[in-house]
Structures are given as structure tokens and as C-alpha cells.
Design a protein around this ligand. Structure first.
Ligand SMILES: Cc1cc2nc3c(=O)[nH]c(=O)nc-3n(C[C@H](O)[C@H](O)[C@H](O)COP(=O)(O)OP(=O)(O)OC[C@H]3O[C@@H](n4cnc5c(N)ncnc54)[C@H](O)[C@@H]3O)c2cc1C
Ligand SMILES: *[C@@H]1O[C@H](CO)[C@@H](O)[C@H](O)[C@H]1NC(C)=O
Ligand SMILES: *[C@@H]1O[C@H](CO)[C@@H](O)[C@H](O)[C@H]1NC(C)=O
Ligand SMILES: *[C@@H]1O[C@H](CO)[C@@H](O)[C@H](O)[C@H]1NC(C)=O
Ligand SMILES: *[C@@H]1O[C@H](CO)[C@@H](O)[C@H](O)[C@H]1NC(C)=O
Ligand SMILES: *[C@@H]1O[C@H](CO)[C@@H](O)[C@H](O)[C@H]1NC(C)=O
Ligand SMILES: *[C@@H]1O[C@H](CO)[C@@H](O)[C@H](O)[C@H]1NC(C)=O
Ligand SMILES: CC(=O)N[C@H]1CO[C@H](CO)[C@@H](O)[C@@H]1O
Length: 510
């Protein structure tokens, strides 16, 4: 096993999903609908109706189901998101999602939608006793097209299962960097991948979306069919239009890749930032290269990837010049599954709460250092027992360029070398939630001001790592927000996703 030399615990065993789930049945046509006309006085009544409509064993779970309910409640990355939904419903396909949507909209019942549960904002993919949690974990099929140019992926998949299907075929898709993360949410928020310099964000590689609208109708939206406006809307507008029940993703060929991981000491942190900025000037323009950097209390860690077998690629010169270092994984040609094994080992598990925020700026080593110093100053105020991670994601100009393909996304990205931050805090004591949120928003505010003062701030806020009060949709620009509003008005005229959806980056909050 190539990761033998690693100093991190590699024992993380991913929840293996069955490789290919044959998709039962034919394509769904707009559903004839249940006639859920009965007025429900409360959420319990809506739960009952759903339980009668869905056919699977235990497709609707209530707190009285005890440990069984709890297992489903707890499918969450952050313990702060394990909320006591009135019931958790587990539709098995788009048709059942449609039935659930119809009942919820006709009874006016509040709901949340969850795919992998990795979003760390309480109330987004979770809901308390006032509503229904729609869990999409049974929508976990993967279906490679006959000519292998695309794959249909259920939102309930986790990336490791998708890659496990593709890697043996010499293929990959542009998706998440950590195996257990969910497909559904990551795709809607953009999706930063190891392959984004070459192929753009995950959302820029979607061939079609299958969507259940607020009135239960199932449509398939692509760049060139009658729902092309919905297709475009979903490349930014996320949870404002419907529930995505399938993502058809373009595949790309890929064999083994070059990989290497290094750890530096804390006193090299400022040199580390300069190396990232240097890499962005030149090395990153080689779109086969990518890096994953994070700063922990123990110092910076760095994963270097090159998407074909090679030796010491020139793209990483700036990092090879950084001495001394400890090797976390020696240079190897391996598969994407080997990369996941390394990344997965850093995965937070157990009864831990997680929260973080985001901002972005044009690449600049000095500014990166200033921002990190702000972060260190503020995290000095964290309650004892809390930990932090600081992740500057270097994004190549090509990500914005490729975002224009298939009619363009709505993120409003600038074609410049830039950083998208992903930093987070972990803690256990729920009485500290407010303190952590306050420290977090102060970090964002101070960092934003510092970047602005140097005229390097970018408006873009990366949805997948954004905090609860951040103005993500507004960060895309007025024109893009208007587009999202227009698509929402057309496909959800009853405003089911605005009025009944518990929380999210929604146009109702603009
Ligand atoms: C350890 C870790 C690693 C990460 N790595 C990456 C990375 O490499 N790249 C990256 O881009 N992001 C990454 N993220 C962020 C990640 O993209 C978000 O956490 C994302 O929300 C995860 O998707 P999910 O399906 O688990 O989301 P969930 O928490 O289930 O959902 C997130 C949001 O999307 C909504 N939603 C989910 N599915 C659907 C659907 N099918 N239809 C409609 N609405 C839906 C939910 O209601 C919720 O508002 C990472 C996060 C963690 C914790
Ligand atoms: C995928 O969904 C099927 C059908 O609900 C289920 O039996 C199976 O356990 C799921 N696989 C995983 C790994 O969750
Ligand atoms: C259904 O849920 C009950 C708990 O309410 C549990 O005992 C039972 O094993 C579950 N059945 C299946 C098939 O999962
Ligand atoms: C940096 O830290 C390492 C150990 O963490 C130490 O050996 C080295 O002397 C330090 N260098 C400087 C310049 O302080
Ligand atoms: C990876 O494979 C290439 C081509 O076979 C080879 O030249 C290179 O030395 C290998 N790299 C490593 C780290 O083994
Ligand atoms: C914080 O880090 C320490 C040391 O690695 C670990 O033992 C502890 O569980 C972590 N706590 C949280 C809340 O992340
Ligand atoms: C459902 O809503 C869509 C979008 O507004 C509309 O085109 C469709 O006709 C509606 N279907 C039904 C059955 O009302
Ligand atoms: C799917 C998943 O990660 N579930 C975890 C949710 O959290 C509980 C409690 O820590 C774990 O036991 C589950 O494995």
C-alpha cells in the first residue's frame, strides 16, 4: 500500500456504497400526483400522509422509532446539525420525492432537504420538530452511459462511491476532494475539485439535472432543451427551485496521477503563503497540477497532485524550494482512490460541532499572511478545547473561463488568480455555539476589510464553505441574482421553496 509511510492515521474506512446500483424502472413522466387535498392541522399529520404514500419499509421514521430514527438523524458532519425533525422521510426515487413534495406543498408543511449532510449550518440540511426532513440517501445510484461519456449520479451518493465506479474504468468526474462528502449539496454550491484548473467547477460539468419542482412535477433540464433556463439557474441558484434527484455528469479520462504530501513547521507559514502565490503566477497555469493546502496548529500541510504519472513536476517548483519538510506521503504515482484515503484520514468524526465561513481575494502572498495573522489573533479567544483549520484554496483564472461553457454559470467569477477561503472551527460544548459564531463573523469582517484596504478583495463567496449570515447570492452580482429570481418565479410560482423550506441561501432573504 503506497500510503504506508504516512504519519497520519489512515485507518479511516469509508462507508462503501455498492458500485453500481441498477436504476429500476423507466424515466419518470410528470406525476399523476396523489390527491393530498386533506388539510393537515399539524406536521404529524403530514408525516402520516407521507408514510402512507411511500412504499418502502421504514420510509418515514419518527422519534418513536428510537435508535433507528436516531441513526438517520445523525447522518451529519456537524453535531450542531443533528436536529429532531418531526419525521425523516426516505423516498427511494424521484417519483417518491415528487409524492413527498406534493404532500408538503398541499399541506403547507415546513421541510429541509439533505443529501450527504456535510453543510455545517444548522437548519440548512436539517430541521427541528416543526418540520419534515427529506433525506435523499436512498437516491444513491450511479449509472454510466453506454458510451461512457457521462454518468447519472443520485444526490444521495458520497463521492467515494462515485469515484469507485469510475476509477477502474480509467475515468473520473469533477467532484469533491474528500470521499464521505455528499454529492447533492456539493454540486449545487459549485464544487471545488482536484481537477478544477483543467475542467472548472463540478457544476460546470453537468450535462443535465433531474429536478422535482414544488408542485411535484419532474423535469430534466439541460443546456439545450426547453428547460435550459432552469439548467442555468441551478448553476448558482442552488436550493431556490426544486429538489435535484439526479445529476448527469460529463466524465473525463484519467489514469494514475502523481501525488505527494508534505508537512512544514509553523514558523514556515509565511514562506508557505509566498510559495502559494508564486505557484499561482506560473505553476498553476499548468492545468494538470493542483494543490491542497491547510494550516493547522501543527503547521502547514500540503498535498501536491498532477493528473498524470510524472516525476517532480516543474509546476511545483515553488513548493520544492520550501525546506525543511516532513514527508506525509512520498512521491508516488497512484489512483484517485489513494488520494481519497489520505484526505479522508483528516475527516472530522464523532460528536463534534463544526462551523466556518468564507471570503475571497486576488492572489497575493503578503495579504495571505496578514489574513492568517488576523485569524490567529481572533482564534486566540476560542474557548478551551476548540480547534481550528485554515484553508486557502488557490483558484486559477481558468476556473472562471471554463465557467462560461454550456451557457455559463451564475457565480460572477473574475478571471484572476484568486483564493477562496475555507476555514473552520471544531468544538464540542453546545453552550459555546454563540461565542464561536461571534468569533467567526469577526474573522470574516476583519479579513474582508484587510483585503479591501489592499484593493484585493473579490466579492465572490463560495457557497459550500459559507457561514450562516453571509450574503452568498448577492456576491454573484445583481444581474445573476435577477436571473435566479426569474427562474424561481417561473418554476416555483407558488414559492414552495421560499415559504416552506426551512433555511438556505434563498431569494426570500435578499
Ligand atoms: C470534510 C469536508 C470536505 C469538503 N470538501 C469539499 C470539496 O472538496 N469541494 C467542495 O466544493 N466542497 C467541499 N466541502 C463542502 C461541501 O461541498 C458542502 O458541505 C456541501 O454542502 C456538501 O454536500 P452534501 O450533499 O453533504 O450537503 P447537505 O448538507 O446534504 O446539503 C447542503 C445544502 O444543499 C441542499 N441540498 C442538498 N442536496 C440537495 C438536492 N439534491 N436538491 C436540492 N437541495 C439540496 C440542502 O438542503 C442544504 O441546503 C467539504 C465539506 C466537508 C465537511
Ligand atoms: C443505497 O441505497 C439502497 C437502497 O435504499 C440501500 O439498500 C443501500 O444500503 C444504500 N447504500 C449505502 C451504502 O448507503
Ligand atoms: C424499521 O424500523 C424499526 C424501528 O422502528 C426497526 O426495528 C426495523 O429493523 C426497521 N426495519 C428495517 C427493514 O430496516
Ligand atoms: C522552526 O521550527 C523548527 C521546529 O519546529 C526548528 O527546528 C527551527 O529551528 C525553527 N526555525 C526558526 C528559524 O526559528
Ligand atoms: C511515475 O511514472 C512515470 C512514468 O512511468 C515515471 O517517469 C515516474 O518516475 C513515476 N513517478 C514516481 C514518483 O514514481
Ligand atoms: C482538538 O484537537 C485535539 C488534539 O488533536 C483532539 O484531541 C481533540 O479531540 C480536538 N477537539 C475538537 C473539538 O476538534
Ligand atoms: C408545475 O409547475 C410547472 C412550473 O410552474 C408547470 O409548468 C406545470 O404545468 C405545473 N404542473 C402542474 C401539474 O400543475
Ligand atoms: C454518515 C455519518 O457520518 N454518520 C455519523 C454521524 O455522527 C454519528 C455520531 O458521531 C456517527 O456515529 C455516524 O457514523
Amino acid at each position: 500500500m503506497i500510503l504506508r509511510t504516512s504519519t497520519v492515521a489512515l485507518a479511516f474506512v469509508a462507508t462503501a456504497q455498492s458500485a453500481v446500483q441498477a436504476r429500476m424502472g423507466m424515466r419518470h413522466t410528470p406525476s399523476p400526483m396523489l390527491h393530498a387535498k386533506a388539510k393537515c392541522a399539524d406536521t404529524a399529520c403530514a408525516c402520516d400522509m407521507i408514510s402512507q404514500a411511500l412504499t418502502g419499509v421504514n420510509s418515514t421514521l419518527e422519534p418513536s422509532d428510537g435508535a433507528y430514527y436516531e441513526d438517520f438523524e445523525d447522518i451529519n458532519y456537524s453535531a450542531a446539525c443533528r436536529l429532531p425533525a418531526a419525521c425523516i422521510v426516505n423516498p427511494k426515487d424521484a417519483q417518491e420525492v415528487s409524492q413527498v413534495m406534493t404532500i408538503l406543498s398541499e399541506t403547507g408543511t415546513k421541510f429541509s432537504v439533505r443529501s450527504g449532510g456535510h453543510n455545517y449550518i444548522p437548519g440548512f440540511a436539517s430541521i427541528d420538530e416543526s418540520g419534515v426532513l427529506i433525506s435523499l440517501s436512498q437516491l444513491n445510484s450511479t449509472e454510466l452511459s453506454q458510451d461512457k461519456s457521462s454518468i447519472k449520479v443520485g444526490p444521495g451518493n458520497r463521492w467515494e462511491a462515485v469515484y469507485a465506479t469510475l476509477v477502474p474504468q480509467g475515468l473520473m468526474v469533477v467532484g469533491g476532494r474528500v470521499g464521505p462528502v455528499g454529492v447533492g449539496g456539493l454540486m449545487l454550491g459549485g464544487g471545488m475539485s482536484y481537477f478544477s484548473s483543467e475542467y472548472g467547477l463540478a457544476m460546470d460539468n453537468v450535462k443535465s439535472y433531474e429536478v422535482v419542482l414544488g408542485n411535484g412535477t419532474i423535469v430534466t433540464a439541460s443546456a439545450d432543451n426547453e428547460y435550459s433556463d432552469l439548467y442555468k439557474g441551478l448553476r448558482g441558484g442552488a436550493t431556490n427551485f426544486g429538489i435535484v434527484t439526479n445529476y448527469e455528469l460529463y466524465t473525463h479520462t484519467m489514469g494514475n496521477m502523481y501525488m505527494e504530501a508534505r508537512v512544514f513547521s509553523p514558523n514556515q507559514t509565511s514562506d508557505f503563503f509566498q510559495a502559494i502565490a508564486e505557484y499561482q503566477k506560473k505553476g498553476q497555469l499548468d492545468t494538470k497540477s493542483s494543490i491542497s493546502a491547510q494550516i493547522l496548529e501543527t503547521g502547514p500541510t500540503l498535498l501536491l497532485l498532477y493528473s498524470e504519472p510524472t516525476q517532480h513536476p516543474e509546476a511545483f517548483e515553488a513548493f520544492y524550494a520550501l525546506e525543511p519538510y516532513t514527508s506525509l506521503m512520498t512521491a508516488t504515482n497512484g489512483s484517485l482512490m489513494d488520494v481519497l484515503a489520505l484526505a479522508g484520514s483528516r475527516f472530522v468524526t464523532g460528536d463534534i460541532r463544526v462551523y466556518g465561513e468564507t471570503f475571497s481575494h486576488k492572489a497575493d502572498g503578503d495579504l495571505m499572511n496578514d489574513l492568517y495573522n488576523i485569524f490567529i489573533e481572533e482564534t486566540a479567544n476560542l474557548p478551551a478545547g476548540a480547534n481550528w483549520t485554515w484553508v486557502p484554496n488557490p483558484v486559477a483564472p481558468n476556473v472562471a473561463t471554463i465557467g462560461q461553457q454550456y451557457g455559463g454559470n451564475l457565480l460572477g467569477l473574475e478571471e484572476a488568480a484568486q483564493e477562496w477561503y475555507e476555514w473552520f472551527i471544531t468544538w464540542e460544548d453546545s453552550t459555546q455555539d454563540t461565542t464561536i459564531h461571534e468569533i467567526s463573523s469577526r474573522i470574516t469582517e476583519r479579513c474582508t476589510q484587510a483585503a479591501e484596504a489592499k484593493d484585493l478583495l473579490l466579492p465572490y463567496l463560495f457557497m459550500n464553505t459559507a457561514g450562516k449570515d453571509q450574503k452568498v447570492l448577492q456576491s454573484f452580482g445583481t444581474e445573476n441574482v435577477d436571473y435566479i429570481k426569474t427562474v424561481a418565479a417561473k418554476y416555483d410560482p407558488e414559492q414552495v421553496f421560499q415559504k416552506l423550506q426551512n433555511s438556505g441561501f434563498l431569494i426570500r432573504d435578499l
